[in-house]
Design a protein around this ligand. Sequence first.
Ligand SMILES: Cc1cc2nc3c(=O)[nH]c(=O)nc-3n(C[C@H](O)[C@H](O)[C@H](O)COP(=O)(O)OP(=O)(O)OC[C@H]3O[C@@H](n4cnc5c(N)ncnc54)[C@H](O)[C@@H]3O)c2cc1C
Length: 394
Amino acid sequence: MSIQIIGAGLAGLAAACALTERGEHVVLHEAAKAAGGRARSYFDPQLNCRIDNGNHLLLSGNRATMAFLSRIGMRDSLAGPATPVFPFVDLESGAHWKLRMNAGRLPWWIFSASMRVPGTRLRDYFSLLKLRSAGADDLVENLVGNIGPLYRNLLEPLAVSALNTPPEIASALPLAAVLAETIERGGAATIPRFPKIGLSESFVDPALAWLTARGADIRLGSRVAEIDPAQKTILAAPPWIAAELVPGLIAPDEFEAICNLHFKCRIDPGGAGFWGFVGGTAEWAFAKGDILSVTVSAANRYNDVENAVLAAKVWADLAAAFALPPEIPEHRVVREKRATFAATPAQLARRPKTRTAHKNLMLAGDWTDTGLPATIEGAIRSGNAAALAFLADK
Ligand SMILES: Cc1cc2nc3c(=O)[nH]c(=O)nc-3n(C[C@H](O)[C@H](O)[C@H](O)COP(=O)(O)OP(=O)(O)OC[C@H]3O[C@@H](n4cnc5c(N)ncnc54)[C@H](O)[C@@H]3O)c2cc1C
């Protein structure tokens, strides 16, 4: 009997690949005309090129993501620096600096003033250990907000982008989980990675081709309106859809936006191809050929700000950071209103487990209880977990 998967985002695709590899037949339903969900690429007629709906930054320590890419033969499709280096621009002071970690597990980089975050002292880094004992109600800012420049220059931008939630309301637990799997495992697990071409080219199209070649039944433009209890199903749709399809399901119901601003502008990508920002509106910029692409996370605060106003604000920061002309080039603002659930303690408590009360229904998606924030890594792990749950029940 086939296993039905609802949603061809990365959770659904990961579940489909894991099951197909183990010889199961899957029918993958995707409501949209294209797969990929919140991580997809498309042709933008205004910019006359393909863009991603949003920049996605991964780290080499995202083990499920790397295994997924290896499975579909796309491990080499990611770009980024060869070493764990993060170039930053401080938009208030104008300073450019780099965080450079050593590869090994022992973090000797924190002993070197030239490698660590500017303005930080060795002892500041020991304050990060507080995150290890974070409890369910601890908020990022309350727990580590008082550690000076290490917070402002590293932890705050990291928390905003990893959790997509303002640090004054964000839970410290998922941030601790990210750090435990990356920075705490050493530089080799913290090398920045992003698609060389695009999200669909790395993750989505090759996964669909891999599945098709192995007999999976992929149905794009197929919106599932009802779940058949007699049919084994993995529900990998976003939480607001899952809550409609499964009466009584408790799932996250508060969300944070992410805005991506894609400017037609070619700049020297430097050694890394991206920059982190502190003291400005955006968190990251990526130089991708003719496009300079900028991410503004935890962006509910800009929901009422017009695109033109936001673009002017962000461009002013870019112009200052990279000595660019003040005139805003051709650009596109992409707002994902429900980019991720808000990673507050109350919302984390609403994340359901993979298994449901119905033996034929498993849940997957970045919003399920993965322990990680809503990320590609969390989505892929959730898909793997749902597949494994069915395989274990056989
Ligand atoms: C702008 C932006 C930037 C991001 N940046 C990062 C980043 O830097 N790093 C990172 O790791 N993560 C990032 N993320 C998060 C990451 O994209 C998500 O965690 C991940 O893509 C979620 O995958 P998913 O499969 O759980 O859900 P989704 O991608 O939402 O997939 C669910 C799928 O279900 C489909 N669907 C819905 N209803 C139905 C139905 N009734 N029948 C059939 N199909 C249905 C949808 O169309 C969708 O394709 C970002 C997200 C956004 C939006």
